[in-house]
Ligand binder design. Structure first.
Ligand code: FAD
Length: 492
């Protein structure tokens, strides 16, 4: 479907920072629907385009946690990924129903192809321009935006979209300077080289018991780790496992959405009871609620959103974001032989010792603590979403200059539903946007592909409808040069 555009002439230029899933699919949508001359500049700091953090793992046993049937990049073509699987890479292991969990590496290859195909099939007036490097600042102006790159060049565009994905977890208070200097604390759970370097026989402590912990355990096991692994989080909840379910229709009335966190729980429990009465299990009821997530979140007043996050979030996450059965079996097997232990507690301290790091953990619900020494401690608490704590230069520049602000619930950046950044003055930007997990505040669920692909499609339409920026005056050029730190040109 062609993108709506209120412009009849002029070249449109969009810069997208980050070529993971969100950036690549947005670029593909912009190219597919371009009605007027359009340039899409896609900026990526990593070697691979399309893969991002989630789909760049080389480990073939890191599986998608969503069925292949639900992983198309395009909401208007739900079987796109299945067709790709069947056409490429021996997709015969995927049944016609698409009820299979394929490797994340394969999915990364699919997104690369999506981008490549969009580039190849783009109309002659639309072009994709791939720029390698790290964006470190963005300056908006009346004529569009200027992007400063860490490796030198500066780029101009009508609008910029941040698709920068996840940031590693922040350090826990126990990770003091001495702990970091010991070399035994791995702060970034996606630092494969650091995990590969851990002593195979040493006991390892993982902070966190969610999906990142599961990935870390699989990485350790696949590297031949023989030592015991202990995973600890405040509640000790593990993600639950997918099972094949039949479709169920939620009894939620679209006109009467729950308006408190408690109402959500009551509605969900009622659906689970009805699903069970039909011979289905809780998964069917949970999945039936998916089309309503955004509407429910929009309907909740801020204090109820807060209440949901404080009391229900951990339980919601383990039910909503489930494990592929193959992955769950490996975790279960490691637990049954005693190699993996999962506990509930709070890390009190870490102390470097001759043998490693001694951890003191206060057990949940008991008036006691345990202390053990580990060869390595891995921080797998999940991505950091509180932008006050993120130190990346691009994020810092936008926050420090008041062009962006963290959302009040610390879920990401404060953005409108269209992804427009909201500055410290409360005004929404006409030129700066964010998509993907960093823009989940208005929606709550904006992490997995089924939600992200629709966000990308809507954003492409919105961007195509933006008014054309005014041309820059000479005075404006001078101000911009000053802001970018460009020296005066030599006088002749
Ligand atoms: C480990 C993991 C597994 C997951 N598995 C699944 C799954 O199975 N199914 C599912 O539906 N969802 C899954 N997700 C959810 C995931 O959030 C989305 O599927 C999706 O990958 C997010 O895409 P993104 O483009 O926003 O982020 P990413 O795909 O991470 O892409 C961000 C990109 O931006 C680049 N970048 C960042 N900053 C800059 C900068 N300043 N300059 C230049 N480039 C920059 C990064 O290098 C990266 O390539 C998973 C998430 C993680 C972390």
């Amino acid at each position: 479907m062609p993108l709506r555009s209120n412009r009849t002439s002029g070249n449109r230029h969009y810069a997208i920072v980050g070529a993971g899933f969100t950036g690549s699919v947005l670029a593909a949508q912009l190219l597919r629907g371009a009605e007027v001359p359009t340039t899409v500049t896609l900026i990526e700091r990593a070697d691979a385009v399309g893969a991002g953090l989630a789909y760049s793992t080389p480990n073939g046993r890191h599986l998608l946690n969503v069925r292949a049937a639900n992983m198309s990049a395009f909401p208007d073509d739900p079987h796109h990924f299945l067709r790709w699987l069947w056409a490429h890479d021996g997709g015969h292991d995927v049944p016609p129903s698409g009820q299979a969990f394929v490797s994340r590496a394969r999915y990364g290859a699919y997104i690369q192809d999506v981008l490549e195909e969009a580039r190849a099939k783009a109309p002659p007036h639309a072009a994709l321009n791939l720029v390698r490097g790290e964006a470190t600042d963005i300056l908006p102006g009346r004529d569009g935006v200027r992007i400063r790159m860490g490796n030198g060049p500066r780029l101009a565009a009508d609008a910029a979209v941040l698709c920068v994905g996840h940031f590693p977890p922040s350090l826990p208070p126990a990770a003091t300077e001495e702990v970091l200097a010991s070399g035994r604390f791995i702060g970034d759970p996606w630092n494969r080289a650091a995990i590969d370097a851990t002593d195979r026989d040493a006991p390892v402590l993982i902070l966190g018991t969610g999906l990142t912990m599961v990935d870390t355990v699989l990485t350790l096991l696949d590297e031949g780790h023989r030592g015991p692994i202990m995973a600890v989080s405040r509640r000790g909840l593990l993600p639950l496992v997918h099972r094949e379910t039949r479709a169920f229709t939620s009894f939620l009335c679209p006109d009467v959405m729950p308006s408190t966190a408690l109402d959500i729980l009551i509605a969900l429990k009622a659906d689970v009871r009805r699903a069970r009465a039909e011979g289905l299990d809780w998964r069917s009821a949970f999945d039936a609620l998916r089309p309503y997530h955004h509407r429910i979140w929009r309907h909740l007043p801020p204090e109820e959103r807060q209440r949901f996050l404080r009391h229900l979030r951990p339980y919601w996450n383990v039910h909503r974001h489930r494990l592929a059965p193959e992955v769950a079996s490996r975790i279960e097997a490691a637990r049954s032989i005693g190699q993996l232990e999962v506990g509930a507690g709070r890390l009190r301290s870490l102390t470097p010792t001759a043998g490693g790091l001694e951890a003191v953990v206060a057990e949940r619900g008991r008036d006691r603590e345990w202390r053990r020494t580990f060869g390595a401690v891995i921080n797998a608490c999940g991505p950091e979403c509180d932008y006050r704590r993120i130190r990346h230069p691009l994020v810092r520049a936008l926050l420090d200059r008041g062009m962006a602000r963290p959302d009040p619930l610390r879920l990401g950046l404060d953005v409108t539903e269209q992804g427009a950044l909201i500055g410290t003055d409360g005004r929404e930007s006409e030129r700066l946007f964010a998509l993907g997990p960093i823009a989940k505040a208005p929606f709550w669920e904006m992490t997995a592909v089924p939600e992200l692909r629709s966000q990308c499609a809507r954003a492409a339409e919105h961007l195509a409808g933006l008014p054309q920026p005014e041309p820059l005056s000479l005075a404006g050029l001078g101000r911009l040069a000053g802001a970018l730190g460009l020296g005066q040109g030599r006088r002749r």
